[in-house]
Design a binder for this molecule. Structure first.
Ligand code: NB4
Ligand code: NI
Length: 186
């Protein structure tokens, strides 16, 4: 089970590498990695287990954040209106954004990252809609279309697999500067 001590922190070169493509059939190691990443997310969102194990809550986790430079990330995104509903729960393998909207969106509260200990305020511009191509556990190529909050989470995770961190995308001089027609999700 992953704990906060296992999470790689900003400054660790693994977070700036482009992750290796996953090959098929999936190795036992990569299967377990996917399981363990999802387990972290589930535990971290559990009102008892999160505090018990000192886990920072997460809606996504990418393999480089547990020191594995492979192109896998898990997401567990609760519905914003009804937190008992899950909007998206999956492990993305070899994900690539193949198309994106012109429309930009951002989380009103900014973003936080389990690998970044300090709070870095500012809007992180994201595409409001994306189409992602990824491989399922059998190695079959799939596509998924995402919008709004789940799309933001997946972009944050896909960024990790390419060595990017959320604050790279915040306007340095004016952190709250973003295109006028951006959708701000509160
Ligand atoms: C990934 C997210 C940062 C912005 C938006 C949010 C949280 C993360 C990082 C987009 C993706 C992790 C992965 C939250 C959180 C809302 C849902 C359900 C019940 C508490 C939980 C709190 F914890 N970001 N943290 N940051 N990352 N929402 N929520 N709630 O998840 O670094 O690369 O449990
Ligand atoms: Ni992150």
């Amino acid at each position: 089970m992953y704990l906060m001590k296992d999470i790689t922190r900003d400054g660790n070169p693994v977070l700036r590498k482009v992750a290796q493509k996953v090959t098929f059939p999936l190795s036992e190691k990569n299967k377990k990695l996917a399981d363990d990443m999802m387990e972290y997310l589930v535990n971290s969102q559990d009102p008892e287990l999160g505090p018990k194990y000192g886990l920072r809550a997460g809606v996504g986790l990418a393999a480089p954040q547990v020191d594995e430079s492979v192109a896998m990330a898990s997401v567990l995104v609760p519905n914003l209106e009804d937190p008992d509903k899950i909007d998206l729960q999956m492990t993305l393998i070899n994900p690539v954004i193949i198309s994106e909207s012109v429309q930009i969106t951002a989380l009103g509260e900014g973003e936080g990252c389990l690998s970044v200990d300090k709070d870095i305020p500012g809007y992180v511009p994201r595409y409001n809609k994306i189409t992602v191509r990824y491989d399922d556990f059998e190695g079959n190529s799939q596509t998924i279309r995402l919008k709004g909050y789940p799309a933001i989470v997946c972009q944050h995770e896909i960024d990790h697999l390419n060595g990017h961190l959320f604050y790279d995308k915040i306007n340095k001089k004016e952190p709250l500067k973003i295109s006028d027609d951006a959708i701000i999700i509160e």
